[in-house]
Design a protein around this ligand. Structure first.
Ligand SMILES: [Ca+2]
Length: 189
């Protein structure tokens, strides 16, 4: 099992260093989560300024709760791995336990919509990099929304470990090769 231990150690070493960066904002009050962990920033309550994001590249799910305090609601985000807010996100106006975690099943949630509203060029870091998203009730009908996006179903490292494990299991389950001299044909029973 030494090979497997080495693979696991190598994976942990690599993943601990790698991060995803980016920017996020919401109109008006934002909570940003990566795998259920809340990341707070001084800009979270000002949609004209984006909050800088730095998360592990092993992150499976990113999630944003946003409270709209007037006129319209919107969420906008772009990350260095190419993930950005668009209609592939899932958005709901109903709170559900653990909605921000990887374990939550958002299969019944509707896709995000693109509000018909012009926010202009701010925040500058996100200008032209992503769409604003919300639920269909973006004009004051849905004032608190929960949006989430699965960005990695299983870490590449885990897949590599699983493959290695299966390889070892397959090796161990093979019939053992006979060692030593082949026994001569003996008595017939
Ligand atoms: Ca608003």
């Amino acid at each position: 099992m030494k090979t497997l231990q080495l693979v696991i150690l190598a994976c942990v070493g690599i993943s601990a260093k790698a991060t995803i960066t980016g920017d996020a904002t919401c109109d008006n009050i934002m909570e940003f989560y990566a795998d259920g962990v809340l990341f707070s920033n001084i800009n979270d309550n000002d949609w004209t300024k984006s909050s800088p994001i730095t998360i592990s590249d092993n992150t499976q799910v990113i999630a944003v709760k946003c409270v709209d305090t007037g006129v319209v609601g919107g969420i906008k985000l772009a990350l260095s791995n190419g993930i950005k807010t668009d209609t592939t996100w899932k958005c709901s106006a109903t709170y559900e336990d653990n909605w921000e975690t990887p374990e939550f099943n958002d299969g019944s949630w509707p896709n995000a919509i693109l509000p018909t509203f012009d926010w202009g060029p701010n925040p500058a870091a996100l200008n032209g990099n992503a769409d604003w998203i919300w639920t269909t009730g973006f004009q004051g009908q849905d004032t608190t929304v929960f949006c989430r996006k699965v960005i990695k179903s299983d870490c590449d490292c885990c897949k590599s470990i699983h493959k290695k494990l299966n390889h070892l299991i397959a090796l161990n389950s093979r019939p053992k090769k006979r060692t030593g001299k082949r026994s001569k044909p003996g008595k017939t029973w």
